[in-house]
Design a protein around this ligand. Structure first.
Ligand code: CS2
Length: 489
């Protein structure tokens, strides 16, 4: 079958939406670091919409920081790809054109730094996942001992990490007397702009104090809250898209209909008209971030661990399980009082909408996918909420069960005795601690709670928390996830 590309675009079925602007002359004012499925289903779609509303120099250069596969799939398609929106009522397709080219950092880091430093680059956006920030998730500070950071300090012209790339490019811009680009984090971290600014500061200060001062005085690091459920694309999705499109597309992305983007409106060199296409440009993103990280992502992580242990492959199955649905209700009741609702939002209604989104039967979002990188996710999804609840002397049973389920999961064996493929930067550490503790809930919970990068030094000293986690972990080992969740009532 013929491949999707600029040359074949005109032959698409008329009902399929395609870029509503001239792509050929589109200047690339955005460089996006970490061009995974999420960015292509979110920032790139918003930008595609914005370009159709108002032309501008806002084409996107994608950059992959690790592998060439995204570039290899997109380059033969001139950067075009399909977004397949999966509503419960059926699929809907559109072709997105905002990505104009893709670079692969490890092939030529200097070329990417030059591209970031070029005058035409006005926004550098990021979806590099939590671990891509090379920080200590418990404190938010740069890990100067992180292998990529050590490498980037020794090789400032050929960085590997997002932070190293941004600082290298900002140093060039300072030397060229160019204003800094806006660095726009679109990852699921609380205060993601502030965290990114702090990490860039920490790294720049290790290189040159004057550079750090210049960035502090002139840079912009807006915080954002990003939301859309985007499961990994499967071979079956690729085949389905080809059937609907009548063309081969090696790089389609799949997503739910819902999307939300709250963006702090501070940009050094302008931005696309995202505000005209549904993004909420606000002065204060924190209430949106807290709501989303604690209510959505927190629930997602609990469902991922409990659901996986209970034998559910997808979030739709797990959230359709009456016991886990009841768990979610109790979980949200513990979380909501810690979340200052953004203006105009009712948290009960928000929770109800989350449940409906999780249950969307057309989305196959694997519990295993969400279970990944728990060490980087737990602090902002569950542990901050637990700290707030403990301070308020309020119950934490559901939150603590989420943490215990993470422990049972990273211990590496499921309820049928099968090994779990635990993906996490700290997985060797988990395996070592689990091997020593065995399936003794007291010893295992104590061993894992001792990982300061996750739990800090305060939570292991909170008996209300440690006792609840240990009790739940014993329940998970003795009677399994379903019975332990059911026992919460
Ligand atoms: C998920 C998120 O994989 C995960 O950890 O919780 O990717 C989630 O689907 C998105 O944040 C939704 O916006």
């Amino acid at each position: 079958m013929t491949r999707l590309s600029d040359a074949t675009l005109h032959g698409l079925p008329a009902a399929i939406r395609r870029p509503g602007y001239q792509r050929a002359a589109l200047e690339q004012g955005i460089v996006h670091l970490g061009l995974g499925a999420f960015a292509r289903a979110h920032l790139c779609e918003f930008t595609d919409d914005a370009l159709a509303v108002e032309a501008g120099a806002w084409g996107i250069t994608g950059a992959s920081l690790q592998r060439p596969d995204q570039r290899d799939r997109l380059a033969p398609q001139d950067g075009l790809y399909t977004f397949l929106k999966r509503a419960p009522s059926g699929p809907e397709l559109r072709v997105i054109g905002s990505v104009r080219s893709v670079m692969v950092a490890p092939e030529d880091p200097g070329a990417l730094v030059a591209r970031l430093a070029a005058a035409q680059t006005r926004i550098v956006s990021l979806t590099v996942t939590e671990k891509g920030y090379c920080h200590d998730p418990a404190t938010g500070r740069l890990r100067a001992d992180h292998p990529d950071i050590v490498h980037d300090l020794a090789n400032p012209q050929a960085p590997r990490s997002a932070i190293g790339l941004i600082v290298a490019a900002l140093a060039l811009r300072k030397a060229e007397r160019l204003a800094p680009f806006t660095a726009l984090s679109c990852d699921n971290l609380p205060h993601n702009g502030r965290v990114l600014a702090g990490l860039v500061q920490d790294f720049a200060a290790l290189r040159d104090d004057r550079l750090a001062a210049w960035i502090a005085a002139n840079g912009a690091f807006p915080s954002t809250m990003v939301d859309r459920i985007v499961p990994a694309t499967t071979d079956a999705d690729i085949a389905e898209v080809a059937g609907l499109l009548g063309l081969d597309d090696a790089a389609p992305v799949i997503g739910e209909p819902f999307r939300q983007w709250a963006v702090e409106d501070v940009f050094t060199l302008g931005r696309p008209r995202w505000d005209a296409v549904g993004a909420q440009m606000v002065s204060e993103v924190a209430p949106f971030e807290f709501m989303k990280l604690r209510m959505l992502n927190g629930a997602h992580s609990c469902l991922a661990y409990l659901g996986y242990l209970a034998g559910h492959e997808t979030v739709a199955q797990a959230s359709g399980d009456p016991v886990l649905a009841r768990f979610l209700g109790g979980f949200w009741q513990e979380v909501a009082p810690t979340v200052p609702a953004p203006q105009g939002v009712n948290l009960d209604i928000y929770a109800g909408e989350l449940l409906a989104r999780f249950r969307n039967p057309a989305i196959r979002h694997r519990t295993w996918q969400i279970a990944m990188d728990g060490s980087q996710k737990l602090p902002q999804r569950l542990l901050g909420t637990i700290r707030d609840r403990l301070k308020a002397d309020a119950p934490i049973a559901h939150l603590a069960l989420g943490v215990a389920a993470w422990m049972a999961y990273v211990a590496g064996t499921d309820e049928r005795g099968q090994p779990i493929d635990v993906r996490d930067p700290l997985s060797p550490e988990f395996a070592a601690r689990a091997a020593q503790a065995g399936r003794d809930a007291g010893r295992l919970s104590q061993a894992l709670l001792g990982i300061g990068a996750i739990f800090g030094d305060d939570l292991p000293r909170e008996p209300r928390f440690t006792a609840a986690v240990e009790r739940h972990l014993a329940g998970l080992f003795d009677k399994g996830a379903a019975a332990t969740a059911a026992a919460l009532g």
